[in-house]
Design a binder for this molecule. Structure first.
Ligand code: HEM
Length: 154
């Protein structure tokens, strides 16, 4: 999942060259981070959720390209918050794994709801909220809020 699929456009103040392509001064470059991070050559079967692709013999596999080459942007305008963001995500996921049993949500009949991997196609992307999961969240919220009288909630 990409938060910024096409990163941020960059303006060239001076002429540059990339792999034999002349890029005139004044050009605007729009990096396609999404394509770079779904490159089948670098990440075979890129649409499968497979964190193991980055591991070998219980260690990080250095032969697999680090997604950091594209997910934080590029050059001197690369995301300055990346260290804080990476640590926050690490702490959040580690805490969730430690504190919760994570499994698929179920509909009222008890059938597992398959999470969709679809994302909003926009400059800033996020997962679609499926209607099944939205109504599940609403039901859970009504159950929880009914247990706590409104005046005691805050
Ligand atoms: C998962 C979380 C984050 C992602 C994926 C992300 C990604 C990015 C990307 C792709 C850019 C554009 C870089 C470019 O122009 O090439 C950017 C810029 C920026 N990010 Fe982040 N970012 C994240 C979190 C944060 C956090 C937590 C902060 C601050 C605490 C932050 C502050 C900034 C700032 C200030 C810029 C603009 C830098 C500039 O234009 O000079 N970001 N980020």
């Amino acid at each position: 999942m990409m938060i910024l699929p096409i990163a941020i456009p960059h303006y060239l103040q001076v002429e540059d060259e990339y792999k034999g392509y002349r890029i005139p001064a004044g050009s605007i470059i729009i990096p396609n981070s999404w394509a770079m991070l779904h490159d089948e050559g670098a990440y075979p079967d890129p649409f499968t959720f497979n964190p193991e692709r980055f591991m070998k013999d219980g260690q990080l596999n250095k032969d697999i390209r680090d997604p950091a080459h594209a997910c934080w942007g590029f050059g001197r305008r690369i995301c300055p918050g990346r260290f804080m963001a990476f640590s926050s995500i690490w702490i959040t996921i580690a805490s969730m794994i430690a504190a919760f049993d994570i499994k698929k949500a179920t509909d009222p009949e008890g059938n597992a709801i398959e999470p969709s991997h679809e994302c909003v196609s926009a400059l800033v992307s996020a997962p679609y909220r499926s209607s099944a999961l939205s109504s599940l969240a609403q039901r859970k919220w009504s159950t929880l809020s009914a247990r706590v009288p409104a005046q005691e909630a805050f």
